[in-house]
Write a protein that binds this ligand. Structure first.
Ligand code: UDP
Ligand code: MG
Length: 330
């Protein structure tokens, strides 16, 4: 692109969003058209394997709007990978990531852009209020606090993927070839000058949430696994704690039975101790299995990394300039 104009790219992962796409396009378009005159823009929809009408709607938009581009993934790879795919296709000087369901209000983009113009390389949205179900909201808040404490990287609280990033940040992000990317964590990991903008997170504009409990949990586990080794270390800490307690118990029991033998104290019904012992053994076996499972998680992840499969497969890329389209370059 030979032009002095600055380009804003917007990446939107789309998974069964036919209800909300027209509304999203309208609001996003209005905001982008409202940017200063020396800005140009592109909207990069990533179809994450939706089989509803989403792809038809996007193609329709691309047919009359040359600013709309589509990366059509060959199947559902998941939100984080869809975002990562989009980042590999953008050409903007800065890049916005936002959900399709309008929970990330496009009206915040101008404020993000002005922070970027002011010298920040990452501007992320901070969810001041969150209109999500009670359980999800509180679990998420608790989770972000634990992860932020446990991680060595400074992970800002209550932020999702909604953000604007300078193109340098994006090129660092796409050079990280993790098989299970946790985008908001990696975005903190790369560093650069970062700041947040608070916003009230509305309910999704239409359609049903695509993140069910399992998908949310999986995302949570991905975050924990890639940004802290606390779970692994906790096995060692728990081991030390249990060993210390059992050492004390052992010494106590020996002392007790010695006093009994010497006739200093009367006999004690040892069957209660048996019950205690049974409980302790059962609990320890349980804990052992939990930690075996945990080791399995890490091992599974190492296995996935070792296989070195590509992160995603693209069926089609529509609306891209031939020079910038990675499919054409292949
Ligand atoms: N999404 C996706 N792939 C998936 C699940 C979700 O691309 O497998 C997209 C979805 O279309 C939306 C965004 O990710 O644009 C966030 O999904 P959702 O609104 O369901 O998540 P929530 O806001 O409930 O966390
Ligand atoms: Mg949502």
């Amino acid at each position: 692109m030979i032009s002095s104009n600055r380009c804003v790219s917007v990446v939107v992962p789309v998974y069964f969003e036919e209800e909300v796409l027209p509304q999203l396009y309208e609001r996003l378009k209005k905001v982008l058209e409202g940017l200063a005159d020396d800005f140009i823009y592109e909207i990069v929809f990533v179809n994450d394997g939706s089989t509803d009408n989403s792809i038809e709607i996007m193609k329709e938009l691309a047919s009359f709007d040359s600013q709309v581009r589509i990366v059509d993934l060959a199947r559902n790879f998941g939100h984080q990978i869809a975002v990562s795919a989009g980042l590999r296709y953008v050409t903007g000087d800065c890049v916005v990531i936002m959900d399709a369901d309008l929970q990330d209000p496009p009206e915040l983009i101008p404020a993000m852009v002005s922070k970027w113009l002011g010298g920040f390389e990452v501007v992320y949205g901070v969810r001041k209020n969150r209109n999500d179900p009670f359980l999800k909201k509180n679990l998420a808040s608790f989770y972000y606090r634990i992860l932020s404490k446990a991680s060595e990287v400074n992970l800002p609280l209550d932020t999702g993927d909604f953000c604007l990033m300078d193109h340098r940040v994006v090129s660092e992000l796409i050079s990280l070839k993790e098989a299970r990317p946790y985008v908001r964590g990696l975005r903190s990991w790369v560093g650069f000058r970062q700041t947040g903008i608070e916003f009230d997170r509305p309910e999704r504009a239409a359609g049903a949430p695509k993140y069910n409990l399992i998908k949310s949990l999986r995302l949570g586990i991905d975050g924990m696994m890639s940004f802290t080794d606390l779970p692994l270390k906790s096995a060692g800490m728990l081991g030390i704690a249990i060993a210390s307690v059992s050492l004390l118990l052992g010494i106590g029991t020996m002392f007790y039975s010695l006093l009994q033998t010497l006739g200093v104290i009367n006999g004690y019904n040892f069957s209660r101790l048996d019950a205690l012992l049974t409980f302790a053994i059962v609990m320890l076996v349980g804990l052992l299995f939990i930690y075996l499972g945990l080791l399995g998680q890490y091992l599974g992840r190492i296995f996935i990394e070792v296989k070195r499969r590509p992160l995603f497969v693209v069926r089609d890329a529509i609306g891209f300039d031939k020079r910038t389209n990675p499919l054409e370059k292949k």
